[in-house]
Each structure stands twice: as structure tokens, then as C-alpha cells.
Design a protein around this ligand. Sequence first.
Ligand code: SAH
Ligand code: SF4
Ligand code: F3S
Length: 451
Amino acid sequence: MKSLVRENDEILVNSAPKRLHIITFGCQMNEYDSQRMAQMLMDSYRLTPFPEEADLIIVNTCSIREKAEHKLYSLLGRLKGLKRTNPSLKIGVAGCVAQQLGKDLFERAPQVDFVMGPQGLYDLKRIVRCLEKGEERLLKTELNEDFDIPYIDVPLPRRGDVRAFVTIMQGCDNFCTYCIVPFVRGREISRPVDDILREIGSLVDQGVKDVTLLGQNVNSYGKKPSEGVDCPGLLKEIDRAFPGIRLRFTTSHPKDLSDRLIECFGRLGTLCEHLHLPVQSGSDRILKRMNRRYSRAEYLQKVEKLRSACPDMTITTDLIVGFPGETEEDFSQTMSLLEKVRFDQAFAFKFSERPGTAAARFPEKVAEDVKSRRLTKLLELQNQIGLEQYRRFEGRVCQVLVESSSREKLTARTRENHVVNLEGGSNLVGRLINVYIERACHHSLVGRILH
Ligand code: SAH
Ligand code: SF4
Ligand code: F3S
């Protein structure tokens, strides 16, 4: 759970009289959407990090796992109290839970004034105008297959951001059996190349130097014949137009990771040597039941190809433990895959049953204590591997991009996506500098500036 702006952020100053507080749950696509919402309202609302001084609060929600949904209800409970002290406060729920529950949210949380899904949020200005006229319980949750993602031509809500996200496609057509995303984000829709290039251009003008392209499945970007440019094609166009940036993309589905895309690593100067490639399980039996449409061997082969294109490449992943029917043998296959691939980082989750998905109807549920035990074992192994992987940078000189500073402490990032902590002045923010890596910690490196 994140506020779009924090206390010390330099918020784009405008003279708008009303105040807006946005809270974001979930993935980077939701963070991107929260920024768009702030931008859409920028001429009448200015952002505040404090919910208690807001006239409008928007909660952008995630329904990927049950826990995220629970957190939303406890937050809405707290926000209800604010309505008692400020009766004119309006509360909106956006994002994936909004899409999933629609008008039922008004019953479960009567303090909510409007509900809008991931496509509906582009109608935010009209919704807010209607609320201001006294209309109540506004709902916008249609999902259309031929939706065009609008271009929003307004500066970023925060000044001085060095990194930024650009959504290049929405939705997902894959229907992995555990996953709610295809139901709440709808079918895959790619944005036009020209919009993407224009948006990156505007970010670069605002000082952004590290751009991450976003989508639930970015490597199937432009897959409709009418769209013309595919993911490698898009990367090449961006690389040509903005040779000075660092470029990344996430998330990739292993089945759609083509040789042409792999070849982009090492060949395009802007493309950073990091790929997030969620494997989910190391067992073929479970991968099949998950409808992932690749085998363990195929996944390992792709990793090998990536590493031969780019030997120092960082590969990170997502894993699910306790999927229905997962036996000890299946789990040990996942553990052995971790040892084989040696990910720099892995995000592991206990399987969470999502309403309406195929896996919610699968028998052979795995008991909660078994899931917990497997998760702990997996994290223990990955922590050790991750640290060893990070140690490969000890004693090396790396070029890092400085992202932020706080009291002479800088946070920077390598091309391979490792966070580096070092000492230095705030004048270095936004600059590329060479650092000597002194030591590795869990999930970060400690460096020293080379003069
Ligand atoms: N589009 C991305 C993933 C998006 S969701 C992809 O295909 O890889 C992010 C991660 O949440 C997934 O990779 C998966 O590991 C996890 N996840 C999704 N549904 C889940 C569920 N029902 N229970 C537990 N974890 C889940
Ligand atoms: Fe979910 Fe699978 Fe689509 Fe990823 S590819 S969003 S895990 S259905
Ligand atoms: Fe969550 Fe929706 Fe993203 S379910 S992970 S916010 S696509």
C-alpha cells in the first residue's frame, strides 16, 4: 500500500484549490494508473500525502491474492472515520477489486462514493464532476475489447523523478488457471507506437532517464496483425529515438519470449541487462495444470539463451507454492530449478484461491501449514542464492544511475537492476556515475564513488 506522494516529495505545484490523496495497492500498472488519475484531475485537485486533509481519496486496488483484498477493507474502515470529521469528503475505489466487485462494493462499504475499473478510470473527470453536482454511487466498470487507451498530455505529478513507467499494453489473454487478471483487466490491448514514443519523449523532457515499459504480458505487444509493430520492433524504435535512456520492460511470459526478443539484449544500447521471467513452478505436472504452456526444459533453455546473449544478465522470477495438487516431489522440482537457474531475486507467494478462476474449482487443495512450510523453505534457499548472485559484483566497478538522495545517502541502480546504496551529495541525482562495489547485502549492494 503506497501513497502516490510522500511527505518530502516535491509535488508539481499548481494552484488548484482542492486536495487529492491517492493510495495504490498492487502492481506497477496500478502505480502508472494512479499517476494518470492525478494527471487527469490536475487542474482542479492538487496531491496531498495526508488523507486527513483530502477532499477526495481514491484507492486503486489489487485483487491478485486474497490478502490484498482484506487490506482494502481494513483501509476503507479507517477512511470511514475521516468522513465523520469531513462530511464533504468523497471516496472512490478504482482498479482490479473495483472491476471484480462492481456495485457490490457499495453494499460492502457504503462509505464509497464511486467505483471504476481499469478502463473506467479514464472517465474520472466526468465522474468527479457528477459527484460535485450531488450525484451518488457512480459506477464505471465496463470492459471493452476495442478500448483505446487515451493519451494524457500532462506532466508527471511529482517533480524530479528519474525513473518512470509507461504502460504499453493492458489486459491479458493467457488465462493461467490461478489468475484473476484476465477477468479484471480484460483482453490484451496494445497502445499505438506513436503514443508510446510521444510519452517517452515527454518523460525525457521532464528529466526521466530510466523507462520501464509495462504490461501483463509485454512480449505479446502488438500481436494483432493490424498492429504492425511487435515487442522487439517497439524496443528498436525506442532505442533509436532515445539513445540516452535506460530501457526495461516487464512482465514477460516465458512462452512468448522469442529468439528475436532475446537477441535485443546485448544489441540495443539502451536495453538493460535484466529480465523478470516468472516461472511459477519447476514441475511440468503443475505447469500444465497452471496452463502456463511451457515446460521446465523449455524455460531452462530460454534462460540459457539469455545468458549466452548476455552473460551477466540478471534474471528474476515469480513463484507460487501450494498450487492445488502440488506434491512434495513437485515442490522439490521447484527447489531444484532455483538451484539450476540461480535467480538474483524471486518473489514467492502461497497459492491464493481467486473467485471465478479455474484453479478455484480444482480438488486436492494444499493445507495452509504445508504452504507456509514450503514458502519458508523456498525463501531460505533463494535468500542464500540471491546473496551469492549479488556477490558477483563485489570488487567490480559499475555504472549506476542515481535515483534519489536523503541526508548525504544516495540510492542508485545498476543496469542489471541492483539497488546500490552509497554516500554522496544530492547534486548527483539523475546522473550516471561509476562506483566501486564494496559489498553485497540481501537485495542491495553497497558502493563507493570513484573520483
Ligand atoms: N503477468 C504476470 C504476472 C502478474 S501477477 C505473469 O504472467 O507473470 C504477479 C504474480 O502474482 C504472478 O507471477 C504470480 O506468481 C502471482 N499470482 C497470481 N495469481 C496468484 C494466485 N492466485 N495466488 C498466488 N499468487 C498469484
Ligand atoms: Fe495472470 Fe497468467 Fe496473465 Fe500473468 S499471464 S496476468 S499470471 S493470466
Ligand atoms: Fe493486482 Fe490488478 Fe495488478 S490484480 S497485480 S493490480 S493487474
